[in-house]
Design a protein around this ligand. Structure first.
Ligand code: NAP
Length: 458
């Protein structure tokens, strides 16, 4: 895949970039390694001051940075601004909390291990490779970089090939904020260049956010090198609506959850599972609301749905929708790509999806919702869990017993009750099953790339 900015709204090539040579990559790995040695000798207060400064830069540059995200992936401008500001908030969160998350511990009864003092200490691991996707081009990177740098690690970023401008912006951001040059470096390389970097002895661990095949590949290489890996992979999240739910609120939030980021989020509500008692009313209202979304130029403040980020992404989504249609599903809204420039695909609602259709088991990465009818909570749970994914999930109910039933039973890294899945720096984020390994965010996220050292003193 060429390393290039292609405007998804027009399909025009904006700028392409030459991949770095092996020598240029090696130079950046050396720089990152030297920066790690310097960073680990700094204390939390210094790193926190730099991290706050990086947040201030983002806040000051919110308009130009948001416009860059729109240009590279077609995200509606209102959502792009929100992404930039969320990154700034999360940087400040780690600046303020990293030291407490990584505080030393002391056993209250060191006698029990025959010591005078015993406990634990967290230390940085070294240079960590981050392979990142385009869908939240700033946020996916920052949620790795902010904790990793605050812990004293250095980062190397292999970003998705269609967001090179964002990748280079991030390369400069941390250094501009005061971090030691090389603390965070972008490598403009194709995915075929990842293996060489990951096998380099100066690179000690990796994190990948992206598709399952990419995750498997990076995990295989990391495994053969005995290097720690965190994987944040795909999802096909259920959004369950039970009869006791506030129906209108559930409809509104299902639409938002399915179409945020033009339907290209790992935690979009991709499978909407509705109790038979309210199914017809829900489907009618949901379909009407999906049809009413304003689709258009993502730079317009009123646009709710922009184009898909890539031509291939639109082709893949349409193949899934067409397969469902050919196998007997009912397309209640959308279902055909728009004519004209750009990679627009309308909000799509599909009923009657069966296990014979690809949509039942594969992730739809675009604004297409599959709506299922179930007769009771047991069937809802069975269907929700009948997937190889396990990222997040949502349930709408006002029955406390039902709430507990789903919180306990859903096989996912998160359960949201009467709301929509999102990520917060305060809460861990990650999946089970084929959705991933390890956690990002909160205390768990910063500790992923640390050596938890036990210390025993006689
Ligand atoms: P992708 O094709 O897997 O790409 C992600 C990154 O991996 C890109 O930098 C890509 O580089 C690289 N890559 C692809 N194949 C690779 C390989 N074999 N070895 C090493 N690197 C490889 O995924 P995407 O289409 O950008 O993103 C969509 C997927 O990401 C969806 O499945 C979505 O659910 C998932 N996602 C998960 C989370 C989460 O937190 N769990 C968050 C966001 C997205 P190139 O661009 O150069 O190919």
């Amino acid at each position: 895949m060429a390393i290039a900015t292609i405007n998804p709204t027009t399909g025009d090539l904006v700028q392409d970039f030459s991949p770095y040579t092996e020598a240029e990559v090696d130079e950046r790995i050396s720089e990152a390694h030297a920066a790690y040695l310097a960073l680990k000798a700094t204390d939390f207060a210094i790193r926190a001051a730099w991290m706050h400064q990086a947040a201030s830069l983002l806040e000051a540059e919110v308009e130009s940075t948001a416009a860059m995200l729109v240009l590279e992936i077609g995200k509606p401008i209102v959502q792009a601004r929100a992404e930039v500001l969320k990154c700034a908030r999360s940087m400040r969160f780690y600046a303020d909390n990293a030291e407490a998350f990584l505080a030393e511990t002391e056993l209250a009864d060191p006698d029990s291990v025959g010591a005078k003092r015993a406990g634990t200490r967290y230390q940085p691991l070294g240079v960590v490779l981050a392979v990142m996707p385009w869908n939240f081009p700033l946020w996916q990177v920052v949620r790795f970089a902010a904790p990793a740098l605050m812990a004293g690690n250095a980062g190397l970023l292999k970003h998705a090939s269609n967001v090179p401008q964002t990748a280079l912006y991030l390369d400069a951001l941390f250094e501009r904020a005061g971090f030691t040059p090389g603390s965070f470096r972008t490598l403009l390389i194709p995915s075929s260049g990842v293996e060489r970097v990951l096998r380099d002895s100066r690179v000690v661990a990796a994190t990948l956010t992206g598709s399952e095949p990419a995750g498997r590949s990076v995990a295989t290489i990391a495994g053969s090198e005995v290097k720690h890996v965190v994987l944040e992979l795909g999802g096909s999240d259920p959004f369950i609506v039970m009869p006791s739910a506030d129906l209108d609120a559930a409809v509104g939030k299902a639409v938002e959850s399915r179409t945020i980021n033009n339907g290209q989020s790992c935690i979009n509500a991709k499978r909407v599972i509705v109790h038979a008692g309210i199914y017809d009313e829900f489907l009618e209202k949901f379909t009407a609301a999906m049809k009413a979304l304003v689709m258009g130029d993502p730079m317009n403040e009123s646009t709710q749905l922009g184009p898909l980020a890539t031509e291939a992404g639109r082709r893949d989504l349409h193949a899934l929708v067409s397969d469902a249609r050919e196998n007997g599903a009912v397309i209640a809204a959308g279902g055909e790509p728009l004519d004209g420039p750009g990679w627009f695909y309308p909000a799509t609602v599909i009923a009657g999806v069966t296990p014979a259709m690809r949509l039942y088991s594969e992730e739809a990465f675009g604004p297409s919702a599959s709506v299922f009818r179930v007769t009771d909570r047991e069937e809802a749970l069975r269907l929700a869990n009948d997937t190889t994914f396990g990222l997040s999930s949502a349930v709408w109910t006002r029955d406390p017993d039902e709430e507990e039933f789903f919180i306990d039973g859903l096989e996912a890294g998160a359960v949201v009750v009467n709301g929509i899945s999102t990520s917060y720096p305060q809460l861990p984020f990650g999946g089970v099953k084929n959705s991933g390994v390890g956690r990002e965010l909160a205390g768990a996220g910063i500790r992923e790339f640390c050596n938890l050292k036990s210390v025993w003193r006689a």
